[in-house]
Design a protein around this ligand. Sequence first.
Ligand code: DAH
Length: 357
Amino acid sequence: MTPAPLDDLATQRATILAAIAALTSLDELRDAEPSLVGRRSVLATLQRSLGSLDPGERRDAGALLQEARRDIEVALQSRREELRAGERSLRLEADRLDLGDVVVSDVRWPMAAGHPGLVATTQRSLEDVFVAMGFTVAEGPEVESDWYNFEALNMPPAHPARGLWDTFYVDLGEPETVVLRTHTSPTQIHLMEEAVAHDSLPIHSVMPGRCYRRDTPDARHLATFHQVEGLVVDRGITFADLAGVIETFTRAYFGVGIEARLRPGYFPFTEPSAEFEVTCTICRGGGCRTCSQTGWIELGGCGVMDPAVFEAVGIDSEVWSGFAFGFGIDRCAQMHHRIADMRALIENDTRFLRQFS
Ligand code: DAH
């Protein structure tokens, strides 16, 4: 026999199930949930009323109530899934692009064909120059761990040089800090690790790719930009080899009349380090706004591999030596094509872009 407080259980159960079936959206379901199965629901009130029964009755009534609750929870869950699927397909339908809507007569003929952008073609030409000089081309990830972007490059946590490369931090909920790489130098680390793992030293490679910095764009800077990294690890390498490569590259890529110079500089991963500059092509060295009246444009940095970096990847610096460099592809495009303001590269003004098709 049904205990007195549960006289209406069947009716109440049917009413609740009907209410669930009548829910028309996930929002409605979320709003209704507390009154259907929560602490203020009919079920909860019934549960509380069982306290007045004697133990035998309470057990039977409890079992009945449990069964009703299970049915209701199952119904609620399956309604939730139905509504979720329904809302998803509505969203998909709304996002669908009906290509049938494009009226062919609206398209202007002849349609203009696109062409690779200036940065992409510049990257290709730079690769060609280096391949001709005996380098291979490699690529690395744009999202790096703190270790690759900083630490293995001889920048322990809190090293002041990190300030030069402030960046965008990616929160993946992982204990390790993950960043959008601020330079292509971390790809050196990947390459050296691979060479150590496969016992395949020496390395003569260039590594082009996209980088990110918390920089305010101006005539010479973009917050998303491109670099090409170079790495040579071999026996008996000196600064003279580096200088020779820089000189040869400048001649081959910029032609006569553009000089390269190396100025003493500082990078944590090279010792000694230098800044690599070329004659400003806008003013031919006379001084202008683009080069801040110096007549020179810094393309990037370079230097002889610091033994601390070799140590981080397990290369014996008694046996191996090397040099590295890294410079801006966008800067090369800017200097090669005499573009006074680098921001033109990302403004998508077709009158500008068409000049390089
Ligand atoms: N990664 C440096 C930067 O973005 C440039 C650089 C300097 C790269 C020295 C090198 C190097 O490989 O040896 O500012």
